[in-house]
Design a protein around this ligand. Structure first.
Ligand code: GDP
Ligand code: ZN
Length: 454
């Protein structure tokens, strides 16, 4: 567990730049009354908005705005929290932040995610909920935002909690029997251990499936459009993007250049990269960098759509180039390669292959559904929560230990101490999701990825 940082912290909680309103937030385990007195010139009623001037050290007003005071423990962080809502200009915000820091309480600038980290350390949120705060802020589709909101409300934590409670019961039975070795023989029978283990495993696999969906909703799928010039890659990107009119924002880091775009299909974010031609023997240095980036994107992709032009299929030069691209695709460790025959209005696709015409729109819906299927997207389950790869991994380890426990239990002279150990490890793995058993290192990684002021 992290050491408890009790020192007062402050940050601008609103996004940088101009805005109608900007918020400076302070959290402190120590009494905030002296700070409030200094900046607001009076005491504040808990959880009530008070309109007043915010004063600098000389007593001059920096700005007028709303002050909100949340005494511990009824606040976001569980500590005393002060929020100052002023006009959202960069200079006003900086002045107000500086004022709060110099006002004499030894307030320091908050690190990214530090408010939420305190909320976690003070038991206001578990780790999965804290992660959902960041996932809600970073959500790239409406479905991801709604699911993050459900996780923040505890949807994932509750599913994990149900598994954990059953695991604890099972552990208690096994550990109790360990203390009475003479009864070990028929323990497994009496405790219905097999039935319990099997039920637990079945429930776990349901949670695993939903968690994988949740992680897909958060991270999306990396799709690369590959193929020779003029096969219709840009047209496909536009068609896919145009079909979804919902709000889509790229996840930071996925949009490397103008030809990458994040779109969504049924709420699943797809990060699509249009490789601008894949010929190797280009003379131009700039183009060569582009080609090399294209191959990097292909190596990093979950799915590669390899487009073919039915207007040119069969022409010797065209076929030779397709052969070269195909060989190279198989030589890099590309993601799943899906062949797509475009321009069905100009020629007949090979039987059984995915085909479309971007001119007429025929086949586009089939392609969209195929992409979702390739991603492992099932349907649009109601009440889905958001999740992270970390959660998927922790559940997989839980499942592994349960399977080992099952195998041990099946042996003729089942070693109960080994069984107990596997159940303990399963419990630990499960506990990592909500932060019951989490290394400091892991917590550091999770919270440092937050934005400042959250
Ligand atoms: P890219 O070089 O692979 O990105 O290909 P583009 O998307 O720029 O398309 C190349 C040309 O093919 C453009 O003139 C498109 O209008 C045309 N095109 C794209 N899809 C189709 C199609 O399904 N049928 C026909 N006839 N032309 C298409
Ligand atoms: Zn293009």
């Amino acid at each position: 567990m992290l050491s408890r940082h009790a020192d007062p912290i402050a940050a601008i909680a609103t996004a940088p730049g101009r805005g109608a309103v900007g918020i400076v937030r302070v959290s402190s385990a120590q009494d905030l009354a002296p700070l409030i007195e200094a900046v607001c010139g009076r005491a504040l009623k808990p959880r009530e908005a008070t309109y007043l001037p915010f004063r600098d050290a000389a007593g001059t007003a920096i700005d007028q705005g709303l002050a909100l005071y949340f005494p511990a423990p009824h606040s976001y962080t569980g500590e005393h929290v002060l929020e100052l809502q002023a006009h959202g200009g960069a200079v006003v915000m900086q002045l107000l932040l500086a004022r709060v820091i110099e006002a004499g309480l030894n307030v320091r600038l908050a690190e990214p995610g530090e408010f939420t980290q305190r909320a976690f350390l003070n038991g206001k949120l578990d780790l999965a909920q804290a992660e959902a705060v960041a996932d809600l802020i970073d959500a790239s589709t409406e479905a991801a935002a709604r699911s993050a909101s459900r996780s923040l409300g505890g949807a994932l934590s509750r599913e994990v909690g149900v598994l954990r409670d059953q695991l604890i019961q099972l552990r208690m039975l096994v550990e109790a029997t360990l203390d009475f070795p003479e009864e070990e023989i028929d323990f497994l029978e009496k405790a219905h251990a097999f039935g319990r283990l099997d039920r637990l495993a079945a429930q776990l696999s349901g949670v695993q499936a939903r968690t994988r969906q949740g992680a897909l909703l958060r991270d999306g799928l990396k799709v690369v459009l590959a193929g020779q010039p003029n096969v219709g890659k840009s047209s496909l990107l536009n068609a896919l993007a145009g079909a979804e009119l919902a709000i889509v924002t790229p996840i930071p880091g996925t949009t490397r250049d103008k030809v990458s775009q994040t779109i969504q299909i049924e709420g699943v974010p797809l990060h699509i990269t249009d490789t601008a031609g894949l010929r190797d023997e280009t003379a131009d240095e700039v183009e060569r960098i582009g080609v090399s980036r294209s191959w990097d994107a292909i190596a990093d992709a979950d799915v590669v759509l390899f487009l073919h032009d039915l207007g040119r299929v069969g022409l010797p030069d065209y076929e030779a180039e397709d052969e070269r691209i195909c060989a190279r695709l198989h030589s890099v460790d590309a993601g799943r390669i899906v062949q797509v025959f475009n321009k069905t209005d100009l020629g007949t696709p090979p039987a059984g292959e995915l085909a479309l015409s971007l001119k007429t729109g025929a086949g586009l819906e089939t392609l969209r559904q195929r992409l979702l299927k390739t991603a492992g997207w099932q349907a649009v389950p109601e009440g889905l929560f958001i999740a992270r790869e970390r959660h998927v991994q922790a559940l997989a380890r839980t499942a592994e230990h349960l399977a080992l426990a099952r195998a041990i239990a099946e042996q003729r002279d089942a070693a109960l101490d080994l069984l107990a150990e596997e159940l303990r490890l399963a419990h630990d793995a499960l506990g990592e999701i909500t932060g019951a058993f989490s290394a400091d290192e892991l917590l550091g990684v999770i919270f440092s990825n937050f934005c400042i002021g959250k």
